[in-house]
Design a protein around this ligand. Sequence first.
Ligand SMILES: O=C(O)C1=C[C@@H](OP(=O)(O)O)[C@@H](O)[C@H](O)C1
Ligand SMILES: C=C(OP(=O)(O)O)C(=O)O
Length: 427
Amino acid sequence: MQLRTNVSSLQGIIHVPGDKSISHRAVMLGAIAHGTTTIENFLPGEDCLSTIDCFRKMGVVIKQDGSHVVVEGKGQGGLQEPSDILHVGNSGTTARLLLGILAGCPFHACLIGDESIAKRPMGRVTKPLKMMGARIDGREHGNYTPISIRGGELQPIHYESPVASAQVKSAILLAGLATDGTTAVTEPNRSRDHTERMIRLFGGNVAVDGLTVAVTGPQQLAGTSIYVPGDISSAAFFLVAGAVVPNSEITLKNVGLNPTRTGIIDVLQKMGADITIANVRNEQTEPFGDITVRTSRLAATEISGELIPRLIDEIPIIALLATQAEGTTVIKDASELKVKETNRIDTVVTELRKLGAEIEATEDGMIIHGKSALKAEKAVVDSHGDHRIGMMLAIAACITKGAVHLKRPEAVAVSYPAFFDHLHSLI
Ligand SMILES: O=C(O)C1=C[C@@H](OP(=O)(O)O)[C@@H](O)[C@H](O)C1
Ligand SMILES: C=C(OP(=O)(O)O)C(=O)O
């Protein structure tokens, strides 16, 4: 795909699609709750459609019409043994949270994903789930897909997670819902808390004490109605675009503002971006509001420590932002980037260098020297099949002089099928 380059201005209003993390969880909790769950503004991206497909294979009736979804819950213990392999596609969230639910189900299931999933570590969830009593095997002893699992009666554990990962935390909490007693997880830093909030929305109980989260099971959840706010991780591409493309003003409507996800806003503000947030509402479940961003002068910053889990998926687009900031931006403590859809330290550095960015990889992040004018003579950049790399490169092209061709642009459909239409509507 030939990307738009040297864009003179981006102006307009965008409704980014529903949050991916919340959409997955709404279907999953809806499936194990009693009664009907209705979901509005569900993300009909490939990852969330994989989640729907897996639960349909376990006998759950799910009607999906665009962003409107109705799940007929089976109740805890009501899922059926699937007669076919559960295919999670490109979705790490589907794989890991599903394993947590399957750990408490007294049947056998086989789980597989695409080439990228086959490289992503599953031991981080299969290890604690085996400690709880699930029988799990797979490639390299259950560290990688294909994985087979036979769940059943579990024992509660208190797990000290070595990584701040919402997928690990959620898998254990979901297993804990089916377990007699109190199951707890302690994380080194706080990760996104959508599972905790959503268990409560379904009438369940979760106890939070500092970095420890616990559920006491067994718990029966009740179907509910959910509005999924816009995905701040999708909004991030336009927040950065609005800040770096000349003469721009973009408003993003109904964007999720859960504080465990708003690291990108903190970074933009710290770097001096002109951002305003208005109409903040729904503080009780998942807060959301409208964000306006305008072209800004930017200064370099350091991004590290507890900020990292609050913006982990935004680091590719933050790297681009840093190329347009005066000074040297350092991103560290982010080695989790190596186990995403691609090794995002490598793919970001390789692809941005093709456009003339001054960026180096480090063991746990990257160093970016700004401000650099991006330019290319017939550059061919590649998403490497990673949606976030593809979208970052499309925004990078907007501030590049020259011609830029993107390989594998279709990857964006994993989290944002309408991305290119939305971008072009602003030009
Ligand atoms: O729980 C979730 O919905 C997610 C958690 C994060 O992964 P980790 O749990 O591996 O940090 C994030 O990168 C992913 O896009 C979605
Ligand atoms: C890492 C991501 O998702 P997942 O882990 O669900 O594949 C992402 O969306 O950037």
